[in-house]
Design a protein around this ligand. Structure first.
Ligand code: TMP
Length: 203
């Protein structure tokens, strides 16, 4: 495939969405066609699954969550990501499979071996070219989410859940050092953007 597949990760409240928009325009001004998308979501079915996953009131078993995330991902790859990459576009995706390992695996205890099976089934070896992990301590993420807006099902989790999720991301980054780049997202937007620009300059 000729395109470039970039995924953005971080615990809730890390501030990744601000940087995602900048990243899209960074490539556009350099003449690339860019698709900015997200998970769970990115297709009509995926967005319906997102609504179920984020907004349902009752508990959802973590393995069910994993299956739904991968179901949405299969559709997303088929209809959006793979066609765009074949056309040589830059795909910037807000979260991907590292989020399932971090949230459902490390956060909620789903066996990584099961997630490995789903990953292989759904992605058939396709991996992002670059994953930007915006790293903040769980407490900082919680503070950034603030208390004045309604939180979704994941955002309502406690700080120790997000510490596990963060540890999961750091574990993934240690395992896939050439793909996953850690960006310290604790400082202000301008400083984080400089780190980001430094990394994407070589793509
Ligand atoms: P967002 O708030 O970054 O758009 O992400 C939606 C939520 O979904 C976020 O709390 C993380 C969660 N999530 C998972 O738990 N597993 C996954 O595989 C993905 C893609 C997201």
């Amino acid at each position: 495939m000729m395109g470039l597949f970039i995924t953005i990760e971080g615990i809730d409240g890390a501030g990744k969405t601000t940087h995602l928009k900048w990243l899209g325009s960074y490539f556009e001004v350099r003449g690339r066609q860019v698709v900015v998308t997200r998970e769970p979501g990115g297709t009509p079915l995926g967005e319906s699954l997102r609504k179920l996953l984020l907004e349902s009131d009752g508990a959802i078993h973590p393995e069910t969550e994993s299956l739904l995330m991968f179901a949405a991902r299969r559709e997303h790859l088929e209809r959006v990501i793979t066609p765009a990459l074949r056309e040589g576009k830059v795909v910037v995706c807000d979260r991907f499979t590292d989020a399932t390992f971090a949230y459902q695996g490390w956060g909620s205890g789903v066996s990584p071996a099961r997630l490995d099976v789903l990953e292989e089934w759904v992605q058939r070896g396709l991996q992002p070219d670059l994953t930007l992990f915006f790293d903040v301590p769980a407490l900082v993420g919680q503070q950034r989410l603030g208390s004045d807006r309604q939180r979704d099902r994941f955002e309502r989790e406690r700080t120790d859940f997000f510490e596990r999720v963060r540890a999961g991301y750091l574990d993934r980054a240690a395992r896939f050092p050439s793909r996953i780049r850690i960006i310290d997202a604790t400082p202000g937007i301008d400083i984080v953007r400089q780190s980001l620009e430094h990394i994407v300059a070589s793509y």
